[in-house]
Design a protein around this ligand. Structure first.
Ligand SMILES: [Zn+2]
Ligand SMILES: [Zn+2]
Length: 92
């Protein structure tokens, strides 16, 4: 059951996760919704700028990984729903 997850980057064309589409497809694995290494920063949490500085990665918000079960618009009731979801699919 694949789904479209809203990307943290809000549609940046430089984003390697959604490519600027704002949403990316995600297929929950046998263990449910698992965080994965951010493809934009390769898990380094920062991105180099043209000025030679490092800024917090816009795809993972500086986390180094992306949690498909925790999209940016996630309010409380969805969080509760997610816990139930993980219990159901990820209980093992
Ligand atoms: Zn993105
Ligand atoms: Zn990142």
């Amino acid at each position: 059951m694949a789904g479209s997850i809203r990307c943290h980057c809000h549609g940046k064309p430089e984003c390697r996760l959604c490519g600027g589409e704002q949403f990316y497809p995600y297929q929950p694995g046998p263990r449910g919704w698992m965080p994965f290494t951010c493809p934009t920063c390769q898990g380094t949490r920062v991105l180099p700028t043209a000025a030679g500085e490092e800024v917090s990665c816009f795809t993972c918000k500086g986390a180094g990984s992306v949690d498909p079960g925790n999209p940016p618009y996630d309010p409380g009731w969805r969080g509760a729903l997610r816990v139930g979801w993980k219990t159901f699919f990820g209980g093992g």
